[in-house]
Write a new protein. Structure first.
Length: 426
């Protein structure tokens, strides 16, 4: 055990010592974002309902955020260049995390939650600046370590979610959430200030900042025109983008409507959400340690098709499981945790392999815009479905199941196209 701990500590030390100061600042402060996010985000939709929103309004709130996020995503690259990576990341996080948490904590009705959705939409700008900060500073050989540790932090901090039960049980959901959210505003504001002072603006950021002074916002829109021509000539790339888009849409839908399906649809208490997240954390860690290193034994397409089938089964269980059936709920959660780890890695890898290097940055920006744009009507529809009498709270899970079936179909089409291409070459 001591040997394992020493190896782990040495690995962390080497990772922090060998990376650029910007990435080091991001790594050291990231646990605060992950811990606080995993405390309140799983309960956010239940909190909205408790404050007085309807499930239809929950879908509408998320849809409004996605529509605004589409506009932000269109100009995210231009804003990041214009402000500089360091300031764009700090300003974006101040809006989408700290300010959003404060508004959530003070919310009295649906208008407050719409205002929070507006603030959170600036996550699209923060995300672009964040990726620039992580990618432009460190040497290429150290980037794998950086993203690996971010993944580990994200997984480990899932285990803090059950701690919310210690606050919810004595005080109730609404007071507990208000306290955690307002506290998160204070902590995140301090963390953002600390990280901003630890980071430096790199030469590439300064160069783009100076160059962007002469670039109008329309410059950002014009850059999307060549992308459409690329997609027209590459159906495999287009399908890869659609696959990634629909998968990301399902992530947003699940986050918004799973708690409602479990609590209002299946009859469990609010506290079950923390237990489910604990199970997800355990299974994700085991999958990362045991299964992912062996994934190369299968072709990526075959492994991805298996993982999509696993996800389909997990969501079908949520749709049809009898009320109060804890065994089936846990089974669904285990399947989702294992399937999502594999699917996320392979979907992102598939897209990365399909993107041409020369147009990679522009295409990634385009993928973000398309994902947010498609998510808006999906959230709105999810809210409408959840209002259907008797079975409505579970219908968003059926909607996600359909999305996973479409993803599997797109994958099979891609596999057939690649096979035909290979046969033509031979």
């Amino acid at each position: 055990m001591n040997k394992v701990i020493n190896t782990f500590s040495k690995s962390i030390s080497n990772s922090l010592r060998n990376v650029h100061p910007n990435a080091r600042a991001a790594l050291l402060t990231q646990p605060l974002w992950s811990i606080l996010g995993h405390l309140f985000m799983p309960y956010l939709t239940l909190y909205m309902l408790a404050v007085g929103c309807t499930t239809k309004q929950v879908g509408m709130i998320n849809a409004v955020g996605m529509v605004i996020g589409t506009a932000v995503a269109l100009f995210a690259g231009w804003m990041t260049d214009r402000l500089g990576r360091r300031l764009a990341n700090a300003l974006g996080d101040m809006l989408c995390w700290a300010l959003a948490a404060l508004i959530w904590g003070l919310s009295q009705n649906v208008i407050w939650f719409i205002a929070a959705a507006f603030a959170q939409s600036f996550m699209r700008m923060s995300g672009v600046a964040w990726n620039c900060v992580l990618s432009e500073g460190p040497e290429a050989k150290y980037r794998v370590n950086i993203f690996y540790w971010f993944s580990i932090v994200q997984t480990i901090t899932i285990f803090v979610t059950p701690l919310m039960n210690l606050v919810i049980r004595p005080f109730g959901l609404v007071p507990a959430m208000r306290g955690v959210l307002i506290g998160s505003f204070v902590i995140l504001t301090i963390a953002i200030a600390i990280r901003y002072n630890m980071m430096v603006e790199l030469p590439v950021g300064i160069e783009r900042k100076n160059a962007s002074k002469n670039e109008s916002p329309l410059f950002a829109l014009k850059s999307y025109i060549p992308i459409l021509l690329i997609l027209k000539s590459s159906p495999v790339l287009l399908i890869s983008i659609l696959l990634r888009t629909l998968y990301q849409v399902h992530v947003g839908l699940r986050q918004a409507f799973l708690p409602i399906a479990v609590v209002n649809g299946m009859g469990f208490t609010d506290e079950i959400i923390g237990t489910l997240n604990f199970v997800i954390g355990v299974i994700m860690l085991l999958t990362q340690i045991v299964l992912l290193p062996k994934i190369h034994l299968l072709s990526s397409d075959k492994a991805l098709s298996i993982s999509f089938n696993i996800l389909i089964v997990s969501f079908l269980i949520l749709v049809f499981a009898p009320a109060d059936n804890l065994a089936l709920l846990i089974t669904s959660t285990v399947l989702y945790a294992a399937g999502s780890v594999i699917t996320t890695v392979l979907v992102n890898t598939s897209l990365a392999n399909a993107l041409p290097d020369k147009e990679r940055a522009q295409l990634l920006s385009f993928v973000t815009v398309v994902t947010v744009a498609v998510s808006a009507p999906a959230m709105w529809l999810g809210g409408l479905l959840s209002e259907v009498a008797n079975i409505g709270t579970r219908l968003p899970m059926l909607m996600i199941t359909v999305l996973m079936v479409v993803c599997l179909t797109l994958l099979l089409v891609t596999m057939k196209m690649n096979k035909n291409k290979q046969n033509t070459i031979t």
